[in-house]
Design a protein around this ligand. Structure first.
Ligand SMILES: [Cu+2]
Length: 331
């Protein structure tokens, strides 16, 4: 059908006749579309950069996202707004065109539709243009992706805190090493969902080396300005560990260990404020994967506190442990 001419404006009218082009018209339209894409791309890019990276996002609340406290995640905001503006522009253009053609080619007495086979150039254009847009977006996000995904190497002298985060229907558990500094192993086959003991709920065997003094808490505490390496587990179904203030969202998959790392540049009290009594308010932890009937209530609390407060938390949790030597664990 390529290159076919159409008797436009003829008496009977042709529904969708605009699809049939001469070679010149098709090329002109493609170049116009490409120019349009370039304009939208640039506009979306500059809008995103204006909202995102300029001066950093730490300490600034944007109209859509909550305040970011993870320095490595700053470019995510730029990318987020870029994709938001780009897809918004495409959405308006597509639905605008849809409504326009619905009205323009509505039923009129005497007007007849004409069957057409399509247009190879136009089809190539609307395949290539989104491909180029997606490829450019992927290229633009590569650096950010690797910065977030791969934990930077530990320099000597760097202090890194390791926490295991365990998801289960419909609760989060946070597992820390005890005074020995060793994080006990978690065993999927030792999880007892009927038990109300934290160690049974996450599969920690207290009789194993390193596990005896481990701390399991339903609240997450981390010190400010310290890198935290997180191993992510699920003991039942798919969950997703989402920290809106860190731009971190990672699936917790049964049978696999997920990895994320975070570092907070501000305490949660700095950002979220304090309760009337002065107790700090936490950042929110959300499950971002529909994981069952109680999914809506699968929320956790992340307290980013000073080093001293973090150590006080660990000490306090450790004081509840029964480290008696004569106990056998029952599963
Ligand atoms: Cu969940």
């Amino acid at each position: 059908m390529c290159g076919a001419s159409v008797r436009e404006g003829s008496g009977y009218g042709v529904a969708a006749a605009w699809l049939v082009f001469t070679k010149e018209r098709a090329l002109r339209l493609i170049s116009k579309m490409l120019a349009g894409v370039a304009v939208v791309f640039c506009a979306a890019g500059s809008a995103a950069w204006a909202q995102g990276d300029e001066g950093g996002t730490i300490g600034r609340r944007s109209w859509w996202l909550p305040e970011n406290v993870f320095p490595a995640a700053e470019p995510i905001d730029t990318l987020f707004y870029f994709i938001l503006w780009l897809t918004s522009a495409v959405c308006v253009a597509v639905f605008g065109a849809l409504v326009y053609f619905l009205i323009k080619y509505r039923h009129r007495p005497g007007r007849r539709a004409k069957f057409i086979h399509g247009n190879a150039r136009l089809e190539a254009a609307w395949t290539l243009i989104p491909t180029v847009i997606l490829a450019l977006t992927a290229a633009a996000s590569q650096t950010t992706w690797s910065r977030i995904k791969y934990r930077p190497a530990i320099e000597s002298g760097d202090e890194v805190i390791r926490v295991s985060v365990v998801a289960r229907q419909f609760q989060w558990f946070f597992h820390y090493a005890g005074a020995d500094g060793v994080l006990g192993k978690l065993h999927a086959d030792r999880v007892n969902p009927k038990s109300s003991e934290f160690e049974h709920m996450i599969g920690l065997d207290r009789s194993e080396d390193g596990a005896r003094d481990d701390i399991i808490s339903p609240k997450m505490y981390i010190p400010v300005n310290t890198r935290v390496d997180i191993d992510l587990y699920s003991v039942d179904v798919l969950h997703s560990f989402f920290l809106p203030n860190f731009r971190v969202k990672q699936d917790a998959v049964p049978g696999l260990t997920g990895h994320v790392w975070i570092e907070a540049a501000k305490t949660s009290a700095d950002v979220m404020g304090t309760e009337p009594g002065g107790a700090p308010l936490p950042f929110e932890i959300v499950c971002a994967e529909l994981c069952g009937q109680g999914h809506y209530k699968m929320r956790g609390q992340l307290f980013v506190v000073s080093r001293g407060e973090y150590e006080a938390f660990l000490e306090d949790e450790a004081s509840y442990l029964d480290l008696g030597d004569d106990e056998e664990e029952e599963y």
